[in-house]
Structure formats: structure tokens, C-alpha cells
Design a protein around this ligand. Sequence first.
Ligand SMILES: [Zn+2]
Length: 318
Amino acid sequence: MTKLPASGLSLGIDIGGTKTHGILLDADGHRLAESIRPTRIGPDGVVATTIDVVADCLGKVDSTDRTVLIGIGIPGQVDPAAGLVRTAVNLGISELDLGPRLSAALGLPVTVDNDVKAAALGAANHLGIAGGDLAYLNFGTGVAAAAVVNGRLVRGHGNLAGEIGHIPVDPRGDRCHCGQRGCIEVLAGGGRIAERLAASGPELTLVNLVEAAEAGDPTAVAEAHRICTGIALAVQLVVLTQGSARVVLGGGVVHAAPDLVPRVQQILADRAAGSEFLASLGLAERITVIPAGYPVAAIGAALVGMSRSRARQLAPIG
Ligand SMILES: [Zn+2]
């Protein structure tokens, strides 16, 4: 990967199902420009939206004669070496050679990675442990994790590592869109939560769920417990499989309902009370929540665009 010179610029772009967010950083990690546009769906729409966001950001600075590295975080199965994206369902992409198409259109080096993996790098940088260990757990529409070990992403064959949303944990649970039953994503994925809340009537939302549960609404009690059980299982899973010292929670579910997090920690503490082994792990204490509004995925995408060695030297980006 290319090393960013002192005068260089890094542009991180987080492509999501509804919006595409770009942040331009200088070599010291200072934010120089930012752009958010609605994502146009489909391969051509995603490419066009991304080019618009690049133009927005670079149009705000003098980039003449400066190295510009572009990093992209996008949902789906991503081959970072080829810049290839597969099965990004919410973006209407079955297969897209995103890296090569953007490089050709922009005349700039482009590195592409999975959005949750990019966010894990952003989270490690934010916590000032870019060379350390953590697991990032994203509870968005779906559920996925990414682990950083000694400052490096755990990728696995086909960059698959971390797709824990489709680990089935409840054999009697509802059917998941993946075809299995009772996946973690069924319990704690925002898409399924929204479906259940909508079916319960107009009153309950993710934002008022914990308040309603505390007031004794039985539907809210059951739903909050279901979500928190799913999150707690995911936390335990990444700690036991990756040994992660810290587990960072992010995504729309935890940002819409931050009061769920103490309940997750309570579930973990209750389990630890019955297990010397779990008590020794201190699972509840490993949890950190990424601040709502901190653009962890776009910052992480900028780090994807830079060399790993350089990324490890960067001070936390505010
Ligand atoms: Zn599933």
C-alpha cells in the first residue's frame, strides 16, 4: 500500500444504504472537508454517488500536486486486493468492480474494504489503540463484527471473518433471511427489530423502547430483553473467539437506544454470577460504545486508504 507523504491527503468514504459520507483528512488526521449525499442504489448509482462525494471534498481544498489516497468502506463481501464488492443487498449490488472503476474515473489510488472492517480500524484509532486488540460490533440493519489483533484486521478466507450475525443462537427463533432460524441478527439486527416494533403497533419505537420497558409494558420488556440477549451473546462470542480486550459497540441500534447498553452489561453480569469462568473474563467491563455522531466508518475508510504502517502512527482522529 502507498505511504502518505506529509503533504498528502486521505479521503475516507463510508457508503451506506441511505447515505454516502466522505471525510478528507490531512496526513496528521485533521479533518479538512466533509460531504454527505444520499446514496443512489445499484452499481452505476453507487459509483456516481461516490464520485460526487470525492468532487465535493476535493473541491473544498487545493489538492494540486498533493498525493490523494482514497479509502472506501462498503457493506457486502469485499475483496480488498481486487477492489471487488459482492452481495451488497441494500445497495442493489450483486457484483461491482468498485475499486478499478473509481480509480479509472478519478485517476487516484482507491482501496476498498468492508464497512464494518473499516469501522473497526476507525474505532481502534479513536481509542488510541491502533496497534492493539479490539472487536468492533456493528448493530445496524444487520449485525456484523470485525476484530483487530495487534493492529491488524482478522480477515479469514474471502474476508469473511466477523459475519457473526448469522450464527444461530436460538433454534426456536424466527426465520432469518439467510434461511436459518434464530440468528443473532434476528434478535438484535435493526431490520428485524423495526419489523417487530411495527407489528406491535404505532406506540413502540427503538427510541422509547427502554423507557416503555421500565414502565412495565410487557411487549417492550420482551423486546428489550431479546435485543440485549442478542448483543450480550455477540459480546461473549467475540471475546471467546478473538480474545478481544475491548468490545466496541456501534451502529444505529445502540445509538438510537443507548439505554440498552447497561441492560446488556447487566445480562453479562448476571451470567457471570453463575459462572466463575465468565466472572474471570469481565465481559461487561470490556464494552465501550462509540460516541453517536462520531463518523467511525468514514474515518476508518480513510485509514483503509492509507498504509497500515502509517495508520498505526496516527494520533487519534477527533
Ligand atoms: Zn441468519
